[in-house]
Design a protein. Structure first.
Length: 141
């Protein structure tokens, strides 16, 4: 990673990295970089959204991030965060007993759309929602 304020030095660092058969990145020179860094929005350590202009304008990526971040934080509820965590739990449980990806997919959508699960998550009763997942899974096996 070449992130100095000297463009010539950054290019030398990139050239050296390439000679070492490594990926290279110059913060001020997207044309010679092998990748770019998106501006990342992180919500509750659960949802990450990347905003990128492909290196064309990091300043605009930051501006768009700021505008988008407030929208996402207003529209992703605590219930959504709980549901994501519950889906992770349900996937792990389902992989132990449901042999096909299609069966697991149907099960996970069933969990996501289950009225009882939604009610428990709305009340912040995550552990009880996990119990509901286990009960739903037992009915399938």
């Amino acid at each position: 990673m070449a992130t100095t304020t000297d463009k010539v030095l950054n290019r030398k660092i990139v050239e050296k990295a390439r000679k070492m058969k490594s990926y290279a990145y110059a913060s001020d020179d997207p044309e010679i970089s092998d990748f770019s860094h998106p501006s990342v929005i992180n919500i509750a350590d659960t949802v990450q959204v990347g905003i990128s202009t492909g290196g064309s304008s990091p300043a605009m990526a930051r501006k768009i991030k700021i505008k988008t971040e407030s929208f996402l934080k207003k529209n992703i509820s605590s219930e959504d965060i709980y549901q994501i965590k519950l889906q992770k739990f349900a996937r792990i449980e389902a992989k132990q007993v449901l042999s096909t990806q299609l069966d697991r997919k149907k099960f996970l959508y069933g969990v996501m759309n289950d009225k009882r699960v939604k009610g428990l998550l709305k009340e912040g009763k995550y552990k009880m929602a996990q119990g509901r997942v286990k009960k739903m899974l037992r009915k399938l096996t």
